[in-house]
Structure formats: C-alpha cells, structure tokens
Write a protein that binds this ligand. Sequence first.
Ligand SMILES: [Zn+2]
Length: 484
Amino acid sequence: MSEKIIYRARWVLGFKQGEHRLIHDGEVEVDGNTIGYVGPQRAHTDGEVRSYADGFLLPGFISSHAHLCNHLGDRMMADNGRLDLFNCGFLNYLPAGREGRGFLDPDDPLVSVRFGIGELLKSGVTTVVELGGEVGGNTDVMVDIAGDMGIRAYITPGYASAHYAFEKGTGRLTYDWLPDDGEAQFEYALEAAAKYNGAHNDRVRGILVPVETVLSSRRLLERTAEESRRLKLPVTLHVAETIWEFHEMVRREKLSPLGMLHECGLLQPNVILGHSLFYAGHSLTGFPRTGDLEKIAAGGAHVSHSPFVFARRGIQLEGFQRYEELGINITLGTDSYPQDMLNEMRFASILGKLNEHDFRAAPARAVLNAATINGAKALGRDDIGCLETGRKADLVVVDMGRFGFGPMLDPVKSLVHIGSAADVRHVMVDGIVRVDEGRLTGLDERELLRQVRACGDRVYGSFADYDFAGRPIAEFAPPAFGDW
Ligand SMILES: [Zn+2]
C-alpha cells in the first residue's frame, strides 16, 4: 500500500459536474497513482503533506501533437525559407531522395528524445501524442525513454505510401511512391501498436499514424480507418497543414485534404487531426468553402491546434471560435519547439481574438479546456484530463509567485496571459513525481543540455553535405546579425 501524498495549494482547479471549478485553498490527495480527494483543505490528514502557498495546482496538460526530439530542423527555420514552398517551414529541410537522412531524424536519438520529453514534462505536460517517431521506423528507444522518464505517451511508428524527395541540384519537390504503397510500414505499425499498448504501467499506448495525408494513398487511409475501428486504436496524422499540400491534393484528387479524409472515413471520433488549418475556404487557399469544418463536426473527429509554430510562419487557424461554435473539439499540441503548453494556451487565446477581431473569442476558459479535458476526450479517456476523485494522479503545480504575475484577480486568466513553462514547479504523472522544484527528477539537466548543444553543433556544422544545393548553414539560415 503506497503512502498518501496530500497537496495543498493556494488555488486548485478541481472538476465538478462536468467542468473545471476553482477551489481557493484547495487540497488534492494522491493515493498510489490515483486521486483520492479533491476539495477544500481538510483539518486532518494522514499522509505526506506538500504545501504550495503561492501555487496553482492543475490537472496535467495533454499535448495532442508533438514530435519527441530536439528539433534541429525546425530550429533552423526562423525568418527564412524558400518562397516556392509558401509559408511552410519543414519542407525546406527534407532529405533529398528516399534514402536521404532527414533533419527530422535525430542525430542522437537518446539525447534528442530525452530532451523532447524533458521539455514537455517541464511545461506541465503529462500526456503526449507523438507523431509517428520519424526515427526510421523504430520507436523502441522512444518507448523506453518515455517509460523511464514517466510521461504518458501515445507512440507508434508512422507509415506512408510515399516520401517527399528533393531533386539534387534543383531542389524541385516531388513525391516518391513506394512500390508496396506503404503496406510493409503499415503492418509493422500494427505490430508495434499491439506491442506497446499498455507498456510501462499502461502509460504507453499505441496509436495509428499515417504521418501525412498528402503522403498517403486513398487505400492506405481507408485501411487505417478500418483497422483502427477493428483494433479500437486512436489515429492521428498531419492534415491541412501546408498550402503546398492543399494544392497538391486538389490537383491529385480534386478534393481538399480534409475532404479526402472525409471520403476515406477518417473524420470519425477516434481521430485527432493534426493542425487542420487549411480547410476549403481558409483565406489563404483561394478555394470556395465546401463544408470541411462541418464535416469534421458531423464526423466527431478532434482538432489538434498548435498556434505558436504556425504563427512563426505567418499562418493562423481561422479560427478557434469558429471551430468551437461548429461543435468541433479543439485540443492543443506543442508540435516542435518550444514545447511549452502555457505558451500555446496564450497564443491560442490571442490569435483566436485577433482572428475574429473580438475580445470575447478564445477565452482563458476555452484554451485551458483545450489543454486538458478536451485532450482526454480526443483520446477517449475518462481517467485523465481533470482533477476528480478516481482519476489518474497526473498533476502540475505552477508557481504563481513570480514578480511579473503581479496582482491576482483570476489565476486562470493570469496563467494564460502571463504564465510560462519556467513557472512550472512540480509535475506528477501516474502518482510519481517527475519534476520537482522546477527540475527533472532522476537526470542531470545541465549535462543533457550540453549533449543537445553538441548534437546541434555537429549537425549544423555539416549542413552543406546535407543540403540539396550544398549551401553552408549561414547561407540557408542567415543569422539575425552579422559577425563582429
Ligand atoms: Zn507535426
């Protein structure tokens, strides 16, 4: 019988009658890996007491879309890129040809994945959906590290019918279709999903990830829909993510990317649509509105919204409020970098307001729901996503004592508009403390950062060998200021 832990905090976000409720001077009892009590502080208790006088105790956040690595590729893409790839970042650093090694493939998977998961935990994320591994098909290392570091994770190798290919020299972007239409990768993913499902005290679960709509044949998407229903597995993929993809899909299938998923049976309730920005009718598509969002709402699929990374490329969802009003369940993802759920909440709210020119849009309440309970719903889980007796003990304590928080009228609004991952003090997943006093437990953060920097120096230093045009990194990604 494990010891009870009693958390006391200035504010606790509990859950009652189907919604989050704020408790002043609240208490949460953790019994093993389960929540035993949520409510006002009680006079007597019989466990270890942890008190946070200026703390805000919330349910652990759910990142419904992330790539568990150190993002050497995306970190090259700030203020730069090819005009012919429109506003997209990642298309700029694809491998040349099927055999080419990508910047998406970590140089050192152990270091890279540890860093990615560490960043997530330190921002209060207790559950993450990984988008297919992107480590050449083998995600065993990722599962081992997730198990070791304790995050709840949905991991399975991704699969595709085709790969992007850059023509050597010209850099022309093409598609290289696999002779077996991705069947071998798909079979491997089914095996891996079955193998991982329930691993590490059920913190790791399987998921089907046809990585990108535009890289999938109609048949592969249909097979995914069928097998996910048969095996009761969730599905996630990238869709309606780039303008390039939108027009390629219209050319190829005479359909928008979301229209394609609709025809293939993938707007069903076990599917999380990664990004789902460019629906037919989004102002950058130049395409009439043909009911994509209505089809998502009717089918019951969920949207994973990662506002920050797209804002960095000059792109936004149109818009949070419209999706919600149509009845679409919006969740939040941290995608590439920074893996900071508080940053995503703030951008979801601010861009949601800008999009409508309406201060009432995307309120703090809605974006906090998106980071918690909506993610649980998208994963079909009734045991995570909120602080309620009987749910898993996944929780985060944010220190609201930083000078900049200032006067405190409503801690939820302050958290959304002022908070950052650096304010996260303590994180528990499945009843085990994974971040304490703001630092990851059980590993040397300083050493991990040193290793991550060394990976970056090594890879960036040899960029010219990798680039289709043989450019040095400073030409590909010119620094903000010149050298002294
Ligand atoms: Zn992604």
